[in-house]
Design a binder for this molecule. Structure first.
Ligand code: NAP
Ligand code: MN
Length: 254
């Protein structure tokens, strides 16, 4: 196999030695398989790095004592994971990414995320007009919004009271962050679970806005419009045969 390694640890060097000894070729630029060594945070950064070629790569998450929603294998299972890849008889889980577009007169910036995109104004209340499929839905006033994928539903989304969604469902969830509800401003208040074809548009005079995608942020002063939808592009993970999402939810949270 042609492999790449991601995650700065002593253990990463060990993984490299083992793979080299078994005759595999390392190419971090154009790998077929990427071993991500760390936790979910490491996976999220790996997905960002390989965003453009994400569909040509199969990711193998090796968990180093983190929560590990995306990391199917524990450190002690490394040999099993390698053997599985070598055999070609592995199970693949495909998770939809989300895609977003940030627009203004002089900005046109798009990107992808695996967990979520959060739009946050930490200082002033942000007034945002929410459009669903180009129809005005509500006017929001508050801190911001978070849009998450089903696999991202157990992360930041969950802390905001969003639903945990089975990753076999193709959906995009939109959750409010601290909305103000009064005589003037009223929002629905419930997290929305939208179908794959649905387009969310957030219009505002976005000033002092932090856009966080999978825990990596950028600060903007000049966005007029943010468009978000569930992407048809997927990230592929090699998973253990017996991996069950609800078992993982139980083990992690209960
Ligand atoms: P971090 O702040 O170190 O990690 C936050 C925690 O979220 C870690 O325990 C991480 O697991 C876990 N996590 C990541 N993706 C998950 C998923 N899909 N399901 C369940 N748990 C998940 O930052 P990070 O490790 O770079 O992760 C970035 C993520 O942190 C963001 O995508 C966002 O979802 C989350 N976050 C949450 C809050 C909040 O809940 N208030 C605020 C900011 C960011 P590992 O230990 O395996 O890395
Ligand atoms: Mn982390």
């Amino acid at each position: 196999m042609i492999y790449g390694l991601f995650g700065e640890h002593e253990f990463t060097k060990e993984v490299n030695e083992i793979l080299e000894k078994r005759g595999h070729i390392r190419d971090d630029e154009n790998p077929e398989f990427v071993f991500s060594i760390g936790g979910d945070g490491t996976i999220l950064k790996a997905i960002k790095k390989y965003q453009k070629q994400v569909e040509n790569i199969k990711f193998i998450g090796i968990n180093l004592g983190k929560l590990g929603f995306y990391t199917s294998f524990e450190k002690k299972e490394l040999e099993d994971a390698i053997t599985l890849v070598e055999s070609g008889q592995y199970e693949l889980a495909k998770y939809n990414l989300l895609e977003y577009l940030l627009k203004s007169k002089n900005l046109y910036k798009s990107g992808f995320g695996l967990n979520e995109i959060a739009i946050i104004n930490p200082v002033h209340t942000q007034i945002i007009d929410v459009y669903i499929n180009d129809k005005h839905f509500e006017t929001f006033r508050g801190t911001g919004f978070l849009a998450s994928t089903p696999t991202g539903s157990t992360a930041y989304n969950k802390s905001l009271g969003g639903s945990v969604i089975d990753p076999n469902i193709c959906a995009l969830q939109l959750t409010e962050i601290a909305s103000i509800n009064n005589r003037v401003y009223k929002t629905l208040g419930s997290p929305l679970v939208l179908s794959q074809k649905t387009l969310i548009k957030l219009k505002s005079d976005f000033r002092n806005t932090y856009i966080t995608v999978d825990g990596m942020y950028e600060h903007f002063n000049n966005i007029d419009e943010i468009i978000i939808r569930l992407s048809t592009r997927t990230a592929q993970f090699i998973v253990k045969h017996e991996t069950d999402f609800w078992d993982r939810v139980k083990r992690s949270f209960l």
